[in-house]
Design a binder for this molecule. Structure first.
Ligand SMILES: [Zn+2]
Ligand SMILES: [Zn+2]
Length: 140
């Protein structure tokens, strides 16, 4: 299993406590996490600006990506091997438990752009209910 230090070293980034903390949080989770979820019980550990700057640095260097949901809340997920710039993927947002996960596979999206327009990305968030929440409702 790859460590936070190795991920940072690959991108020539210094291993700061805050950067490592964020990456470790995401490595442990298979879901995307918001800033608050990442901080968890460690709100006092890093000041807001440091935390925010670390998120921007990690995003800019392609280590993590940001997912903006319909209510404008933001979650972050690690870029894994199948997430490269040529493989834009979709996300699933569960309306019950608010969890967000990265979906495998390339997003297929058909739209006719006006002449001479260029696409740089397609961001799709699929809204629905996850299997856990469906099973939970059925068992009540
Ligand atoms: Zn759910
Ligand atoms: Zn994702």
């Amino acid at each position: 299993m790859i460590t936070a230090e190795e991920i940072l070293r690959k991108q020539d980034l210094r291993s700061t406590a805050c950067r490592k903390f964020i990456i470790n949080g995401l490595l442990k989770s298979d879901r995307a996490m918001s800033e608050n979820e990442l901080k968890g019980n460690f709100h006092e550990l890093f000041d807001r600006v440091t935390f925010y700057r670390s998120l921007i640095t990690l995003e800019d260097s392609g280590i993590i990506h940001k997912i903006v949901l319909n209510d404008n809340s933001v979650k972050y997920a690690l870029n894994s091997h199948h997430h490269n710039e040529n493989n834009l993927h979709s996300h699933f947002h569960c309306e019950e438990c608010d969890e967000v996960l990265c979906l495998e596979g390339k997003t297929r999206f058909e739209a006719e752009l006006p002449d001479d327009f260029v696409t740089h990305g397609v961001f799709v968030v699929i809204e629905g209910i996850c299997a856990d929440c469906i099973n939970h409702t059925q068992s009540i």
